[in-house]
Design a protein around this ligand. Structure first.
Ligand SMILES: [Zn+2]
Length: 75
């Protein structure tokens, strides 16, 4: 058992989680994980669902924001 390696993996994972929690900062991480989504109205690429909600409220206030599961199903 390579205990050091396991700890390194845990640390990388924790960093990723922290970046995710920070929200929007880690576009690279989202892209690597294949989680980038597109606005259903104007098809601009958006890093995460929270940003999509903000984008839709700002740009398409009359549209209903699709549920997050819509994007997870396609990914
Ligand atoms: Zn849009």
């Amino acid at each position: 058992m390579a205990r050091g390696q396991q700890r390194e993996q845990a640390r990388a994972k924790a960093q990723k989680e922290a970046a995710k929690r920070a929200g929007g900062v880690s576009q690279l991480g989202a892209r690597a994980a294949g989680l980038q989504i597109k606005c259903p109205k104007c098809f601009i690429a958006i890093a995460n669902y929270n940003l999509l909600k903000q984008h839709m409220e700002a740009k398409h206030p009359k549209e209903t924001v699709p549920p997050e599961s819509d994007f997870q199903a396609k990914a």
